[in-house]
Write a protein that binds this ligand. Structure first.
Ligand SMILES: O=C(O)C(=O)Cc1ccccc1
Length: 303
């Protein structure tokens, strides 16, 4: 039985994601921020943490990326992909809605709906969708934009369901733990790293070329400021494949050679099950064959 921290409070999308990743009997423990959920794993208070990492409409979740890049290393061991549509909750009897609170990612995804259905209502940023529900319950705001499950946790009235400006929006969540034995490769895996490229002409292009030349398909590239030197960036790179595979290991070792700093953020099965596309001559068998041939040449057994 594992203890799993999640970005809460109860009723967030992240709780839904954590439930989908947890095994029977695991204990789920809410934390008010992404940083606190990840700190709980680092301190050993929990075995893992579930946090949002990217949204198909709003892009990366900066708190997650920055916290994974700093302090003691953590690695993603699994991921979940949730469809994201929202319920609008209000206290029973509320007639006028002047303020609508939610997580900034949620507000950004219902801006048009609010303009059309609650004209003039002021959007208010809350730490999470469920924190907005708590604030509405306390009378601080009139309505909250929430995950559908929030209606089961808070005594609020559901005013609208299936709200979303963009159909089929999705958010990807990570289950993160201290570095430990990696999940087995499945053929449909994702590897994540964060790299501080040297501050010189072509440094990022060189990193990407290390991946491209080994036929590795990127699934995400985000730049975040290093925070210490203005104009210096960290690059978060996700790509298809598992670090146990020769071609992926070869590429990550090349990045380690080239960069001031590389941190491995995990290899795990993709939630969408999409198998890696491998270019001709860039398959694992090709890398193994080339390494065996080279070893034989070096032993003087082949030319
Ligand atoms: O606030 C939440 O419920 C979260 O889990 C973060 C989030 C916010 C908006 C869309 C998806 C996830």
């Amino acid at each position: 039985m594992a203890r799993i921290a999640y970005f809460g409070p109860e009723g967030t999308f992240t709780e839904q994601a954590a439930r989908s990743l947890a095994a029977a009997g695991d204990e789920l423990i809410p934390f008010e921020t992404v940083q606190l959920a990840l700190a709980a794993v680092r301190k050993g208070e929990t075995d893992a943490a579930c946090v949002p990492v990217e949204n198909s409409v709003e892009g990366p979740v900066p708190a997650t990326l920055d916290t994974l890049a700093e302090a003691e290393p953590l690695v993603a061991v699994a991921e979940a992909l949730l469809p994201v549509h929202f319920s609008i909750l209000a206290r029973p009897g509320t007639t006028e809605i002047n303020t609508v609170a939610s997580h900034p990612h949620a507000l950004a995804q219902v801006r048009l709906w609010i303009e059309a259905h609650l004209p003039g209502a002021r959007p208010i940023a809350a730490s999470s969708t469920a924190a907005a529900a708590v604030a509405v319950q306390a009378g601080e705001f009139d309505a909250a934009v929430c995950a559908p499950v929030a209606a089961e946790h808070y005594p609020l009235e559901v005013r609208a369901t299936e709200v979303a400006d963009v159909r089929d929006a999705r958010t990807r969540f990570l289950l993160v733990s201290k570095p430990r034995q990696l999940p087995e490769p499945t053929g449909a895996d994702r590897t994540s790293i964060v790299a501080a490229a040297a501050n010189r002409t072509g440094a990022l292009a060189e990193l990407l070329t290390e991946l491209a030349s080994r036929g590795i398909n990127l699934t995400r590239l985000d730049a975040r400021p290093s925070k210490t030197n203005f104009g210096e960036y960290r690059f978060f790179i996700d790509f298809e494949g598992h670090i146990a595979e020769p071609r992926i290991g070869d590429a990550v070792a090349a990045l380690r050679r080239r960069c001031r700093n590389v941190r491995f953020l995990g290899s795990h099965p993709r939630a969408d099950g999409v198998r890696a596309t491998v270019e001709p001559s860039a398959g694992n068998a090709d890398f193994v064959d080339a390494a065996e041939w080279l070893a034989a040449v070096r032993r003087g057994e082949q030319a």
